[in-house]
Ligand binder design. Structure first.
Ligand SMILES: C[S@@+](CC[C@H](N)C(=O)[O-])C[C@H]1O[C@@H](n2cnc3c(N)ncnc32)[C@H](O)[C@@H]1O
Length: 224
């Protein structure tokens, strides 16, 4: 847990990205609350809750129903204790590689440092598009370049389970032996899935941009 918290919560880049994601989710909820209340939020691969911390703080007083999920029960008990003050929080198991087609509709999906584990990014983004209500949005945090220091700690997370394919064999990463998409590839994959990339932060001239991590806000059009 301590290593994961250092990698995904307690460093400058994560602080920036998680605060930006929190602000973005709160602004989205505020914009949607006139049409639908409560606004339904699904977080995938929520894990140690590094992003959840900042998102829940930003959502104070807003009408939400928040589904905190992960592929592993390991994180759910800790999250129940940690977010006990939020009566609108529910907890459950969701494997984004197996369960997305069975999910009910949501208004916002948050996926921080998890989508690169998708077997096929195009398929997963397509399923996310379909489970969003029209006008809904995805808020994605991703690394866009493999820095060696980070790979030493995330190596085991990227190892496929027994009888499971390696992530990326059939998508834009095919044949390239890499796990992360570039920022440009994320933009293209979002557009291809019908999720218009309305905001990508930090912008290129920001000091934090050097660390090659980004938050992407992709929006499903109201007419789609
Ligand atoms: C790198 S951690 C990120 C945790 C958290 N989102 C954050 O940024 O602080 C990746 C998380 O994704 C989860 N995960 C891995 N594969 C998954 C899958 N197929 N479906 C859902 N969650 C998955 C892991 O259990 C882990 O909690």
């Amino acid at each position: 847990m301590t290593t994961a918290e250092a990698a995904y919560r307690d460093n400058l880049s994560s602080r920036y990205l998680n605060l930006a994601a929190g602000r973005a989710v709160a602004d989205l909820v505020d914009g949607m609350r006139g049409d639908r209340s409560p606004v339904r939020v699904l977080e995938l691969g929520a894990g140690i809750g590094g992003t959840t911390d900042d998102v829940t703080a930003a959502l104070s007083g807003l009408p939400v129903e928040y589904h905190f999920t992960d592929v592993s029960t390991f994180f759910l008990e800790a999250a129940k204790a940690r977010f006990a003050d939020y009566p609108w929080m529910r907890y459950g198991l969701v494997d984004m590689n197996a369960d997305l087609a069975k999910q009910p509709r949501y208004d916002i999906v948050i996926a921080a440092n998890v989508l690169h584990n998708a077997f096929d990014i195009g398929v997963t983004l397509g399923q996310l598009h379909d489970l969003l209500n029209p006008g809904g949005a995805v808020v994605i945090i991703e690394t866009c370049h493999a820095h060696c220091e980070q790979l030493t700690s995330v190596h085991f997370l990227m190892s496929p389970g027994q009888d499971q394919p390696h992530a990326g064999l059939t998508d834009v990463r095919a044949g390239t032996d890499r796990i992360f998409l570039t920022e440009q590839e994320w933009r293209e994959q979002l557009v291809a899935a019908g999720l218009h990339p309305e905001l990508v932060l930090p912008e290129g001239d920001h000091p934090v941009a050097l660390l090659d991590q980004r938050v992407f806000i992709g929006v499903r059009g109201r007419g789609e």
